[in-house]
Design a protein around this ligand. Structure first.
Ligand code: MG
Length: 268
């Protein structure tokens, strides 16, 4: 019955009004994502359900003793611009903040398979909407993005919301906190591997926990994560690559960033 009413609305005169009033989310002129029936950034893809998390990140959790500290809240010595010059983002009270239009920054060191902890806050002053609101990103190996976005009451296309593997896989749920609140990502990432003939042998994969809630479990990237296009594995790169934080013109904040490489118990 519901279906019939819905259909009647679609074909009836209301359809025009609906279309005019509905916010435009995403794209329909992009390629189909292989293995799905959805376009890249398809606004009609189901929205992840909301989960309220009790986890509080108002206090910094100390890093494990064997972690590499990538950002201690005081200086950006472990980070640089894409051209190798010193990182231009601001340091404030224990956090770094994107200086819009200065460019993305990346780690000086390179890592293959790792556990990464990072905390972030979207701007407390809400400005813009959809992809224009509180946008940044964590680019693993520099090319596989985990989206960082203000997804608190901010509709956007599901594969571009906070925790999405950009343009590919929406998060299992939306566990975002309100603007200005500190949030966390705990990321387990494994780099892709190619054989000597440049054939992909093992795709990049990620497990992602956002504010204590699982968003992806051993999820494989379909490839790189470009805007409005399907990514691929056409350009082999070393297993060890840098991690990049994206400048998307919003004053996003990051703090307490640490990493532990994944090894064997007897070979850390
Ligand atoms: Mg982004």
């Amino acid at each position: 019955m519901k279906k019939m009413i819905y259909s009647a609305l679609i074909v009836g005169s209301c359809a025009t009004l609906w279309a005019a009033d509905a916010p435009k989310l995403g794209y329909k002129d992009t390629p189909i994502i292989p293995g799905t029936s959805w376009h890249v950034h398809d606004g009609d893809r189901p929205q992840p359900r909301l989960v309220t998390t009790g986890a509080s990140f108002s206090h910094l959790a100390p890093a494990p003793s064997d972690a590499v500290i990538l950002f201690d809240g005081k200086q950006l010595g472990n980070w640089q611009q894409g051209d190798g010059s010193p990182a231009k983002w601001k340091i404030e009270d224990g956090y770094m903040e994107v200086a819009p239009k200065t460019g993305s920054i990346r780690t000086k060191n390179k890592f293959a398979d790792f556990q990464l902890h990072i905390e972030f806050a979207t701007p407390i002053k809400v400005d813009g909407n959809s992809q224009g609101r509180g946008n940044s990103g964590i680019l693993l190996n520099g090319v596989y993005e985990i989206q960082v976005l203000d997804s608190y009451n901010n509709p956007t296309y599901p594969d571009g919301q906070c925790g999405g593997l950009y343009g590919q896989s929406p998060p299992l749920v939306n566990a975002s906190k309100a603007p200005g609140q500190w949030q966390s990502y705990d990321i387990i990432f494994e780099s892709p591997r190619w054989d000597k003939d440049s054939k992909i042998m093992k795709k990049a994969s990620v497990t992602l926990i956002h504010n204590g809630v699982l968003l992806h479990h051993k999820k494989e990237y379909a490839g790189t994560t470009p805007h409005r296009a399907n990514g691929n594995y056409d350009r082999p790169h070393p297993a060890e690559m840098y991690i990049e934080l994206q400048d998307h013109n919003n004053p996003m904040r990051f703090r307490n960033i640490w990493l532990r490489s994944i090894g064997e118990y007897d070979k850390p």
